[in-house]
Design a protein around this ligand. Structure first.
Ligand code: ADP
Length: 423
């Protein structure tokens, strides 16, 4: 799928490049043409107008064809001299006089020469050169057109320059196009890499989620099957199977809540509602919330306030509460009876430090590096059947990072863990 997209992007880039290069060559062609042929046309026009203005013999030539005379004697010599071909034609196009009468016979006469001036390019196939020709009407003193002046310049050198230009342009175009194709393939590959990575992550996420949901669902099903198929069992046994199923159903609910949160964060749907949040007040309420569970477990839950009575940060109240709940819940989950869990708050100059430390089972170095991965649960945590989903710390990390903060773990196996949040 990604290779196809990559090829499609490269082809799209190629098409864009071809169109752009085509437009560029049209502009360049027009400019170069007007610099070369345009320049020739201008000098042809200036020459023709000069002859028409200054050469009083033109009209005479039209009345009395100077068939055998050299037009260089006949027309203003300095003007006629600078042109390859000069000649005059009658109204019907017959050659009346020219500096090269033979050549003039072959030179085409415009179909409609009555305009201000007509230009054309003609190739002498026998001699191999090309002439740029101008044809201008010649008028008598009353203003009526009585014949035509036709002049030509050999533009073979200019055309050679033009040809060279187009050759270079084409070669550069082809080489540039090939390089651009390779670069396009490489760049599109690089651009697609993060999308590919996140696609793989999503695939894994869906696979992991299905896998994780299948286990509690299987447990629910088997417990309900037992309850239904053993009608002879006592109520106590049946109740135990049903309560097993209920516990797993709770686990599924928790997991789907977490999955929904993560899916929303992936889709950037979760917007933070930033307000002034008093972290101390939040820590106190979390402490109160978990007190009964801690007492139940025989764990000492302590709130260590190192602030001056208030610690205000800009943040989303419910997300920061969720963060504290995840960290304290984990600490209590992974700390055995007679252990201790401490929530500590420290106010620093421009930041707030939140520490949740425990004297629980701790983590190995390997476990610490994966603790924030989705669905990661250390073996010990799995063995303890703590009811975790492996999603809590991924959510915690997302909350801290969207608040522009940092979260880190220090832990020693068998001694305990400490989570530090800097906001
Ligand atoms: P879970 O729902 O399994 O607790 P989390 O994402 O919150 O998922 O945590 C991931 C894993 O990190 C846990 O399964 C556990 O192995 C480890 N862990 C998290 N907090 C602690 C802690 N305070 N002490 C020891 N291990 C912990």
């Amino acid at each position: 799928m990604f290779t196809q997209t990559r090829i499609k992007l490269t082809v799209l880039l190629a098409v864009i490049l071809i169109v752009l290069y085509g437009l560029l060559s049209m502009v360049a062609g027009t400019v170069v043409n007007s610099l070369t042929i345009g320049q020739v046309d201008r000098s042809l026009r200036v020459g023709a107008m000069g002859l028409l203005r200054h050469d009083s013999t033109l009209n005479e030539s039209l009345r009395e064809p100077p068939t055998d005379r050299n037009p260089n004697d006949h027309y203003s010599p300095h003007l006629a001299h600078s042109f390859f071909l000069v000649g005059i034609r009658s109204m019907t196009g017959n050659v009346l006089a020219s500096n090269d009468k033979t050549l003039m016979q072959f030179v085409p006469f415009p179909v409609n020469p009555m305009g201000d001036a007509s230009y054309m390019t003609w190739r002498d196939s026998s001699a191999g050169y090309r002439l740029r020709l101008i044809t201008v009407p010649v008028s008598d003193s009353t203003g009526s057109v009585v014949g035509f002046l036709q002049m030509g310049i050999d533009i073979s050198p200019q055309l050679q320059v033009l040809q060279k230009f187009w050759q270079v342009f084409l070669t550069v175009g082809i080489i540039g196009f090939l390089i651009a194709l390779l670069a396009g393939y490489y760049v599109s590959g690089r651009a697609l890499r993060p999308i590919y990575k996140s696609w793989v992550q999503q695939q894994r996420f869906v696979a992991d989620a299905s896998h994780e949901l299948r286990t509690p669902l299987a447990i629910i099903q088997s417990n309900l099957d037992l309850a239904l198929s053993h009608g002879e069992q006592t109520d106590v046994e049946v109740l135990e199977w049903v309560s097993n199923a209920k516990a797993e159903a709770r686990r599924i609910t928790r997991m789907t809540d977490d999955l929904l949160t993560l899916a929303r964060t992936d889709g950037n749907e979760t917007m933070l509602e930033l307000v002034d949040v008093d972290l101390l007040q939040l820590a106190k309420s979390t402490h109160e919330l978990f007190m009964p569970i801690a007492e139940d477990k025989g764990v000492d839950l302590v709130l260590d306030d190192q602030t001056a009575g208030r610690l205000i940060v800009k943040g989303d109240y419910s997300r920061l509460r969720q963060l504290l709940v995840i960290l304290v819940d984990n600490a209590l989950k992974y700390t055995p009876a007679s252990g201790r869990v401490t929530i500590e708050l420290i106010a620093q100059r421009h930041r707030a430090l939140l520490l949740v430390a425990d004297t629980g089972i701790g983590m190995t170095r390997e476990e610490m590096t994966h603790a924030f991965d989705r669905f990661y649960r250390a073996d010990q945590a799995r063995k303890r059947e703590s009811g975790g989903t492996g999603l809590g710390l991924s959510i915690a990390k997302w909350i801290v990072e969207t608040h522009g903060g940092k979260i880190s773990i220090q832990s020693v196996v068998g001694e305990g863990s400490a989570f530090t949040v800097i906001l």
